[in-house]
Design a protein around this ligand. Structure first.
Ligand code: KG4
Ligand code: ZN
Length: 365
């Protein structure tokens, strides 16, 4: 197969996205981004304080034709130049996913192209390779978004081994919920990030999530047996719902004792919350990377746009002597360029789908 140029579609949540990515002749930097078009629905969902699934799927229907046309035009390709169509099969909102899957199937069928199903989180992971080229392997990659907080070991290109995950809320979800209870708007992550820069991160002593309590109903570890020492296995899972509840209690106590929070208090609370989230994410990622002798660390997904997470990760990486890779901001939050990259990887592995391909809301990676 000569070098393929691929069109990808991503509609798993509230962004309608399409992108064109081409293979290069360079095995170390295998993909070249030609276009990356995103129609965000944030303004629609903001009014409701979160994503409304029915509104999301209806808006995808309105936007998808224009977004795909623009991706092809901006990528300066014609339909004849395309060698495959990739689409996010899951996980995500099923009504949203269905719009992308049905559209991709129709395109692939009418142009006689192979159809490549892609896992959304594989896309986030491959956004790192799209930007930086192949990572030094094995790599420990943290995918941290509104729906997921998962840590993967990448032993070889295209192989993703889950070693840690959140037991409750995703980190981005905690950001969004804390922003909502502080009345800051949606999506909360970027707003909390901005306000935290002016606050004192030690003003409030919020609890650090721990996964090693003696718990009669403790779930087993996420990492496959034998990969990590037993003392570490459970420690590399994440939890954010207790932290969110601690913020809620603190706000309730303060406001019960006199009026709304001042803007200084809000900034201090954002900074204190952000410190705990970032430390909790990075402690586990660096601990796992150390035990696994990882030669690099990657951080991807919407929350990887966070300014403190980026700077702390870089500083810790420099201290540990391990290179840290994050995507540029345009590839951090949901986009189709990452789906195109993962799609090209899957195409080379022979993973194409039939016309019976269906969206899967909770697809395992
Ligand atoms: O990857 P993504 O676009 O969608 C999912 O797959 O979930 O991630 C969206 C999440 C949201 O929760 C949003 O609040 C969070 O990423 N986010 C941030 C920042 N930018 C986006 N969280 C913290 N700091 C940011 N700067
Ligand atoms: Zn995502």
């Amino acid at each position: 197969m000569s070098q393929v140029t691929l069109l990808a579609i991503e509609t798993s949540c509230d962004e309608t996205a399409a992108a064109v990515v081409a293979e290069t002749a360079d095995a170390a930097k295998p993909w070249l981004l030609r276009s990356n078009i995103i129609a965000s629905q944030a303004a629609i969902h903001r009014e409701w304080g979160g994503v409304v699934p029915e509104l999301a799927s209806r808006q995808h229907l309105r936007d998808i034709c224009g977004v795909v046309e623009r991706a092809v035009e901006t990528g300066e390709v014609t339909w004849k130049d395309l060698g495959a169509i990739a689409v996010t099969q899951g996980p995500g909102l099923v009504g949203s996913l269905l719009v992308g899957v049905a559209f991709a199937k129709s395109l692939a069928w009418s142009y006689g192209l192979p159809l490549v199903p892609v896992h959304h989180l594989a896309g986030h992971i491959e956004s790192l390779v799209l930007q930086h080229g192949e990572l030094p392997l094995p790599a420990a990659v943290l995918v941290v978004s509104g729906g997921h907080t998962s840590l993967y070991l990448i032993p070889r290109p295209g192989s993703y081994q889950l070693i840690g995950r959140t037991r409750d809320d995703a980190a981005g979800e905690a950001y969004d919920k804390v922003a909502k209870l502080l009345g800051l708007g949606y999506p909360g992550g970027p707003i909390v990030d901005r306000l935290a820069r002016t606050g004192n991160d030690r003003a409030f002593a919020l609890p650090m999530p721990r996964m090693t309590h003696a718990d009669r109903n403790a779930p087993g570890s996420t990492a496959p047996p034998g990969l990590l020492p037993p003392a570490i296995e459970r420690k590399v899972d994440f939890s954010f719902s207790g932290l969110k509840t601690a913020v809620l209690r603190l706000v309730q106590e303060r406001t019960a004792n006199g009026g709304p929070l001042t803007s200084d208090e809000i900034a201090n609370l954002c900074a204190s919350f952000q410190r705990v989230v970032v430390d909790s994410l990075l402690d586990r990622t660096f601990e796992a990377a150390r035990w696994l002798d990882a030669r690099s660390i990657g951080i991807a997904g919407g929350v990887s746009a966070n300014s403190r997470l980026r700077s702390e990760a870089e500083a810790r990486g420099a201290r540990a002597g391990v290179p840290v890779f994050v995507p540029p901001l345009s590839l951090s939050t949901d986009n189709a360029a990452m789906i195109a990259a993962a799609g090209l990887r899957r195409l080379r592995m022979g993973a194409t789908a039939g016309w019976d391909l269906n969206a899967q809301a909770s697809l395992p990676l």
